[in-house]
Design a binder for this molecule. Structure first.
Ligand code: C5P
Length: 212
């Protein structure tokens, strides 16, 4: 499997004055935590990172590609450098990735030959409202709602053909779903938080320090 790390976002919401993937977290650039997990996974044979313009030289031993205007554009650029049967797409913004999570996802996809993909996801804990402007129009049934995370592991052929359709997506699994494909969910059972705000950065730092 090739691990693709999407690391080309601007990180505006974090307000750290530079791309989020390269913001210091626990004494090293955020992306290094995900890279370490990918390189330590027995399932991963290659890593491709989509980087912001001017950042390729920060990463020595992995293949880098230019990021796109959107996250999907970055993933599409990275896919051009993938020649393995399986591909994992992971956001550099989720630094708590573990090699075990990658390996568990691969094992479950291999055990389900009729599935096209499997994603890390967890049941939502908030009650989720659909809002129009400032007005709630619907309360969704929480018992069937899961929050999608990364990594997301795909059969590469299925992802390639799904990616041809559009790039207005927030994750790649929705392309496979829209094409009628079968996507499994796997609850990591541990924190796999996405760093978006300065508070997330502090929480991630604490969790990584705790993990040792
Ligand atoms: O902005 P957000 O946190 O949702 O981005 C998710 C991931 O996608 C981040 O790791 C970010 O670096 C990456 N990304 C990218 N190319 C873009 C936009 C975001 O690789 N054009």
């Amino acid at each position: 499997m090739t691990a693709v790390i999407a690391a080309a976002g601007s990180g505006e919401r974090l307000g750290a004055g530079g791309p989020k993937a390269f913001v210091p977290l626990g004494g090293r650039p955020m992306i290094d935590w995900s890279l370490d997990a990918c390189l330590a996974s027995g399932s991963v044979t290659a890593v491709v990172v989509a980087v912001p313009a001017g950042y390729a030289h920060h990463l020595q031993d992995v293949v880098t590609v230019d990021g796109g205007r959107t996250r999907a554009g970055s993933v599409a650029n990275a896919l051009n450098a993938v020649d393995t049967e399986l591909v994992a797409i992971h956001d550099a913004a989720r630094p708590l990735l573990s090699p075990e999570l990658l390996d568990d996802l691969v094992a479950e996809l291999v055990a389900n030959p009729d599935a096209d993909a499997i994603i890390a996801a967890a049941p939502v804990t908030d009650t989720v409202k659909k809002v129009d402007g400032d007005r709630i129009v619907e309360t969704l049934d929480r018992s069937v709602l899961w929050g999608a995370q990364t990594p997301q592991v795909f059969r590469t052929d299925a992802l390639r053909s799904a990616l041809r359709s559009t790039d207005a997506v927030t994750d790649e699994a929705m392309l496979i779903e829209a094409a009628g494909g079968k996507v499994l969910v796997h609850d990591p059972g541990v924190a796999n938080l996405k760093v978006t705000t300065p508070l997330d950065l502090r929480v991630a730092e604490l969790l990584l320090a705790e993990r040792g």
